[in-house]
Write a new protein. Structure first.
Length: 565
């Protein structure tokens, strides 16, 4: 937890004040039984009313110091733990945002969501409870034992003999519970993943009448999580009963030894008070260890993300062909390191030209785009932009060259203008030109608010074709050197798609275009068309050349166009 706890450093003064106040309040509690013993053994027999009143006032004062001191310290603990968790959650979100795609694949999205939400919550609870009880409980435990020895060493030895048994028991339970809580956290990831899949695919689930199936699937996942939580809680729930049993046996021993030794009534009563204080301190420590078990597991998962190096290394690499805007040279890549998703891909595109990529599902079309953007690094070969290996270019410099529109891109709950601009502060002319070229002006002008029309989350108050046109508008608005359209016109009708391609050629003639599509009509006018199958290029050339030389392309063309040129 070293790295996560470091986020509390800016609030060290708040923590220090809270601990100091807790210390004073704990000392006040410890003096109460000693004053009570003095009253019963010394003051009461003498019937000294003045001394009785003074000691009573002192006890009342110390009680108020303990009460209000604990309240103030608990508020400071909540303040410091809340602010620390706020900073930690922000740092974790920032780190998650900058993680490499391969790192996101390794952590998985549901796990990252779980770490950002439930794990930071458990860390907050651990820190808050540690600050509330972490000082008070040890002081009351050690101080109670010291005061007990000052009152009666023999009775104190009986009490002290109980403590090692409790400590050993708590340590064994904590050692057993931490791995169990790690399993529980992973089960929470699985629940988040299943919920995310259901929310995303709710329309498909309803359309296929698979709600009952998904309910049963979630029931099984939930049952596993519940079983793991039960196992973890079953272990940790032994702590309080075990500590209570051991200390209650100690109490019996104190009473028995006190009776045999003829201890005074005030002394025995003070010991009973110290017993209660020590019992509560031990139970407080056991609660800390129970919470700490979960907090340590959560902190380990948080630190795993925080310690990940998200930086894409930049190093000097051999130059490619300076005359080419985009060049792939014998590129191979694998997501999992076992089987290549693209193999020995080589091609080049000059500035202002259009590259079309077509192929079946899983053929490697989007993988080529990801490698071009350096979302992933190639396994073999090299990718060049403007003759420079993308691995030798700083991330911001490389990405600034691109305008990207993915098929399943996102829209935020904001206005149309802000979605197209995406908080880049672009000139109004850029936005209007992009909307017009993407054929989005047709429906935007129909809204009474026009570009100030508010969109719901994911643009659910727009049709699929309208969303895609806004996504293409966003890609164009930054006037990119390279425009990437990754199957981003799949929801458009053929007429609108044709208008879009014509406008791109007219208004963004200098822009190099990469068009990934399922339709032949979307790529047939490209300067170079790649036909992919299982990660390999099975055809490359212009439309007419591929019709003559590539059987796969010809089959796609005949199915979609009926063999009509």
């Amino acid at each position: 937890m070293k790295r996560t706890v470091a986020y509390a450093k800016p609030y060290a003064s708040i923590v220090a004040w809270g601990l100091l106040i807790k210390f004073i309040a704990a000392l006040a509690e410890l003096f109460l039984p000693m004053i009570l013993e003095h009253l019963i053994n010394d003051v009461a027999p003498q019937k000294d009313m003045r001394s009785l009143a003074l000691n009573g006032v002192l006890m009342a004062f110390l009680s108020f110091v303990a009460l209000f001191g604990n309240i103030a310290a608990n508020r400071l603990a909540a303040n410091s733990s809340g602010k620390t968790t706020h900073d930690l959650r922000l740092a974790l979100f920032k780190k998650t945002t900058y993680l490499q795609c391969a790192q996101v694949d390794r952590f998985t999205l549901p796990s990252l969501i779980s770490r950002l939400t439930s794990d930071t919550y458990y860390f907050n609870q651990t820190m808050a409870q540690s600050l509330r009880l972490g000082v008070r409980a040890p002081i009351l435990l050690v101080g109670g034992l010291i005061c007990s020895f000052l009152l009666d060493p023999i009775l104190a030895c009986v009490l002290l003999a109980c403590v090692p048994f409790v400590v050993v028991g708590v340590a064994l339970i904590t050692k057993k519970s931490v791995p169990l809580y790690l399993t529980v956290q992973r089960g929470g990831d699985e629940v988040v993943r299943d919920m995310q899949e259901n929310i995303t695919g709710v329309r498909v689930i309803k359309a296929l009448s698979k709600s009952d199936y998904e309910i049963e699937k979630f029931r099984a996942i939930n049952a596993r999580l519940t079983e793991n939580e039960f196992k973890a809680n079953k272990i940790t729930s032994l702590t309080n009963p075990m500590a209570t049993l051991i200390l209650n046996l100690g109490l019996v021993g104190i009473i028995a030894v006190g009776a045999l030794c003829g201890s005074e009534g005030g002394t025995v009563l003070a010991f009973l008070s110290y017993f209660t204080i020590i019992l509560n301190a031990m139970l407080g420590l056991s609660r800390i260890f129970v919470t700490l078990s979960r907090g340590v597991a959560s902190a380990a998962r948080i630190e795993e993300v925080l310690e990940a190096d998200e930086r894409m290394p930049v190093s000097e690499m051999p130059q490619g062909d300076a005359d080419c805007k985009i060049q792939f040279k014998d590129v191979s890549f694998s997501y999992n390191g076992n089987k290549d998703n693209v193999e020995h891909v080589s091609f080049s595109v000059k500035a202002g030209q259009t590259l079309g990529i077509i192929g079946g599902t899983g053929s490697g079309k989007s993988t080529i785009v990801s490698l071009l953007l350096r979302l992933y690094d190639v396994t073999e070969g090299a990718v060049y932009v403007d003759g420079r290996d993308v691995r030798s270019m700083p991330e911001k410099e490389l990405r600034a060259k691109f305008g990207i529109a993915f098929q399943n891109d996102f829209l935020v709950a904001s206005t149309i203008r802000e979605n197209v601009d995406y908080f880049r502060g672009l000139p109004e002319d850029n936005i209007q030109k992009a909307l017009a070229c993407a054929q989005a002006s047709e429906f935007v002008e129909g809204f009474s608010e026009k570009e100030n029309r508010m969109l719901t989350q994911k643009g659910s108050n727009l049709s699929g074709g309208q969303k895609q046109r806004l996504i293409v508008s966003r890609a164009l608005a930054g006037k990119p050197e390279i425009l990437v359209l990754d199957d981003s016109s799949s929801a458009l009708d053929y007429a609108t798609d044709a208008k879009l391609r014509k406008a791109l050629g007219r208004d963004y003639a200098d822009c190099t275009k990469v068009i990934v599509a399922q339709r032949v009509s979307s790529v047939r006018h490209a300067d170079l068309i790649l036909v992919l199958d299982e990660g390999r290029i099975v055809g490359m050339g212009r439309h007419e050349e591929l019709l003559a030389s590539c059987e796969d392309y010809r089959q796609i063309y005949n199915v979609q166009m009926g063999g009509v040129s």
